[in-house]
Write a protein that binds this ligand. Structure first.
Ligand code: NAP
Length: 477
């Protein structure tokens, strides 16, 4: 079915470990079973923690350059096999081929960036102002990192955590999403081939995420949690990590505003909107979710966006001629259709703008015009190819509506020039702002949110510090 050499058992202490129970992975475009992967129990999860803890004794003290070179090899292997990775992503997640290749390439880049960062961690030295001591600031790896990743970027969310953790000298237990475990298992194989020692990276796939994670987080050998997923689950996990005062990095939900201010280039905004909204079929935490357009161009923008959406071809992701693939599951597709139904009940017109295949978890793209700020489509993370458009009058009104949200991951700002864009970006309550462009993510940039979109940053110079403990030495002088 797969035609790809991917292991399907758990990776624990360098051994591919079978389980009696198995977990089916489906192709959302066809509903067919792609593979059966291991279904880890609590005991398997704890065994993975034990392996990671034992491996930390050596890995934590391995010279940074050795760790860096292993990560560099992982980058080289993954880059050479981008199409294999993309095929797995598209098969289990459903996304369009172009998006899958883009994700696989982006995911590999985290190995390159953090291979470069591994040997660049700087400590600090200063004389105390009182003259009585020297202050030395040191960083050391935290230990065993537990990582939980979502289904929407099965490769990139795994490498965005594994690469900095390994660069820092931490060991890992990774639990991928139940819908998309194959890509993570394949990345485990890449790391093995790159020379990662046994026990440094362990991967547990499970249908019992809640129970297995709770037991892992109670284990005193676990030093930190790195989670990417919904704000709902993030809050639940924070209540668990609070019991052990465990450092917790949280990359959570988003509800990104895309604001077209007076004087912006409308055609450039349409190009940006197609990327910000449609990358990954709209199933991205960074996806533009709410469009606020100055009233002088709201009609023009809406019509042009409809025209662009109507050109999209929807179909199986593996066929490179398709622009939009399947949603990850029927359940995810149904959540989006339910939001559209609520919007219709609120009086807004929502019509599909493209044909979709008769079977599979597909959804057409939609532009919903003249939406009211505060209605269903602007208050919920849609996670699909639906663009609600709200018009506004003054600049202050545009900024106010954009910020009137419990999330604060990313905002998109289109303004007449970069200077105006930066001054508006400073007013946005989000961890990231894309100015006159539709894409912000970059392994070299600090990715993360304000408000209920999360805690901490991944990537950039900050990413490695999520896995390092600060220690201060007071030295008598
Ligand atoms: P989710 O339901 O929160 O699931 C994410 C991960 O958490 C999955 O591995 C899931 O496992 C696991 N999980 C679910 N319940 C759990 C529990 N009780 N204890 C421990 N783990 C549990 O989110 P999703 O639907 O997969 O992903 C979409 C969400 O992720 C969106 O809100 C999106 O904005 C967010 N996201 C954020 C970022 C970011 O960087 N800020 C990036 C990507 C996605 P199972 O698969 O077994 O349920």
């Amino acid at each position: 079915m797969l035609g790809i050499d991917v292991r399907t058992d758990l990776l624990i202490n360098g051994a591919w470990t079978p389980t009696t129970d198995r977990l089916s992975v489906l192709d959302p475009a066809t509903g067919e079973v792609l593979a059966q992967v291991g279904d880890a129990s609590i005991a398997d999860g704890i065994e993975a923690v034990a392996a990671a803890s034992a491996a930390f004794q050596t890995w934590g003290g391995t010279p940074a350059r050795v760790r860096a070179e292993i990560l560099r090899r992982a980058f080289e292997i993954m880059s050479a096999e981008v199409e294999t990775c993309a095929r797995l992503i598209s098969l289990e997640n459903g996304k369009a081929w172009r998006d899958a290749v883009g994700e696989a390439t982006y995911a590999a880049e985290f190995f390159r960036w953090f291979s470069e960062e591994a040997s660049r961690v700087e400590g600090g030295f200063r004389y105390a102002p009182g003259g009585d001591k020297t202050i030395i600031t040191d960083y050391r790896p935290m230990g065993v990192a537990y990582m939980i990743t979502p289904w929407n970027f099965p490769a990139a969310m795994a490498t965005r955590k594994l690469a900095p953790a390994l660069a820092a000298g931490c060991t890992a237990v990774l639990k991928p999403a139940a819908e998309t475990p194959l890509t993570a298992l394949w990345i485990g194989q890449v790391l093995e081939r790159a020379g990662v020692p046994a026990g440094v990276v362990n991967i547990v796939t499970t249908s019992a995420s809640g129970e297995v994670s709770e037991a892992i987080l109670r284990d005193p050998r676990v030093a930190t949690l790195s989670f990417t997923g919904s704000t709902f689950v993030g809050k639940l996990l924070l209540s668990q990590t609070a019991q052990r005062v465990l450092p917790s990095s949280m990359e959570l939900g988003g509800n990104a505003p895309f604001v077209v201010f007076e004087g912006a280039d409308v055609d450039a905004a349409i190009d940006g909107a197609m990327i910000a909204k449609m990358r990954n079929g709209g199933a991205a935490c960074t996806a533009a979710n709410r469009f606020y357009v100055h009233e002088s161009v709201a009609n023009e923008f809406s019509t042009k966006l409809e025209t662009a959406f109507a050109k999209l071809r929807v179909g199986r992701g593996l066929d490179a001629s398709h622009d939009l693939g399947a949603m990850v599951s029927e359940a995810e597709r149904n959540k989006i259709t339910a939001l559209l139904e609520s919007a219709r009940e609120e009086g807004f017109e929502a019509n599909p703008l493209a044909e979709i295949p008769a079977t599979g978890a597909f959804i057409a793209p939609y532009v919903v015009r003249d939406v009211r700020h505060g209605s269903t489509l602007t208050s919920n993370e849609i996670f699909g190819p639906v663009a609600p458009i709200v018009s506004f009058d003054t600049e202050d009104e545009g900024v106010r509506m954009a910020n009137d949200c419990e999330y604060g991951l990313i905002s998109y700002v289109y303004a007449k020039d970069a200077g105006k864009g930066i001054s508006l970006a400073r007013r946005m309550e989000s961890g990231m702002v894309a100015i006159n462009r539709g894409l912000a993510s970059d392994p070299a940039a600090p990715f993360g949110g304000m408000k209920e979109s999360g805690l901490g940053r991944e990537g950039g110079f900050a990413g490695i510090h999520e896995f390092l403990e600060t220690q201060y030495f007071a030295v008598d002088v």
